[in-house]
Design a protein around this ligand. Structure first.
Ligand code: YXS
Length: 257
């Protein structure tokens, strides 16, 4: 489900599951882990995460068919999407998301968890928990908040509308928007520049930046209160309706319960 390559200290991971629009499933995330382990062993100094050239969909997000039925946290610690975000954040070198096509749901968070984002001018980003009745999790929302300000994160999460890359670049969420034909050269030019710098200094600065960005206090009482609120959602009719509607290829009818 992934193509993996290393050249000139730059690792490339290419989604290769077009039949399911590169949806992020357990098997694919296991392949991600293996790729990151191999990259670390080879001393890779920068990673590019991409879809196949010309893809209309970069990734359709979490594999909805793997979301649990009601009664279980759909984005718990061991969920594949949670594991993928942690792999990206903890890899000891910068990960660049090279985006072309549309990005959906958990794939938006995956992109925003990367250290740098270079996107094709016609790419779009849709945060979709509200479209499926999914109660996003605390660290996932922090990824959005670290990438965007509260107003933009709220708009993306509440409307679930696709947002053009141009707008996200203007607001500092995306580093560069590049014409599709120049995307690859630009991205790998940046990757090779990073790979030519001091890898130890960069990996330590990446870890410092991540630690600082994630340094938020939350009381145990607040955490448990939020987890209780999330349980109301994933135990609700609307969560089950969101999953059913996707499987039945129809619009969901939410009742607010
Ligand atoms: O019917 P077959 O077997 O051919 O499969 C279809 C789709 O069911 C499948 N597919 C997916 N399977 C599992 N999980 C997905 N996320 C997913 N997305 C698509 O891929 C086959 C081709 O899909 P189709 O015919 O719709 O392709 P298309 O080119 O017409 O449209 C592409 C999309 C991406 C616009 C469309 O597939 C779509 O809207 N997909 C769902 C995008 C989405 O809402 N993703 C969020 C997933 S849930 C998630 O990430 C988080 C939990 S959360 O929601 O909280 O953010």
């Amino acid at each position: 489900m992934l193509l993996v390559d290393i050249a000139d200290h730059v690792g490339t991971i290419t989604f290769d599951r077009d039949e399911k629009r590169n949806a992020l499933c357990v098997g694919m995330v296991a392949e991600f882990s293996a790729a990151f382990t191999a990259f670390a062993a080879e001393g890779v100094r920068c990673v590019v995460l991409r879809a196949r050239p010309g893809s209309k969909v970069w990734s359709a997000g979490h594999d909805i068919d793997e979301l649990p039925a009601a009664g279980r946290d759909p984005l718990g610690w061991r969920d594949p999407l949670r594991k993928l975000v942690r792999e990206i954040e903890s890899f000891p070198a910068p990960v660049i998301a090279m985006v072309e096509g549309s990005v959906w749901g958990g794939a938006c968070e995956t992109v925003f968890a990367c250290d740098l984002v270079v996107a094709a001018a016609d790419s779009t980003f849709a945060a979709t928990p509200a479209r499926h009745g999914v109660p996003y999790n605390v660290t996932g929302l922090l990824t959005f908040l670290n990438a965007a300000n509260l107003g933009l994160a709220s708009e993306m999460l509440f409307t679930a509308d696709p947002v053009p890359a141009e707008r996200l670049c203007r607001l500092g969420v995306i580093n560069h928007v590049i014409a599709a034909g120049a995307l690859e050269d630009f991205t790998y030019g940046m990757a090779r520049k990073i790979a030519a710098n001091a890898p130890l200094a960069i990996s330590v600065m990446k870890e410092q930046l991540r630690t600082l960005a994630g340094a938020h206090t939350m009381s145990p009482e607040d955490f448990e209160r939020i987890q209780g609120l999330r349980r109301i959602v994933y135990d609700s009719h609307d969560y089950s309706e969101g999953l059913r509607a996707f499987k039945e290829k129809r619009k969901p009818v939410f009742r607010g319960e």
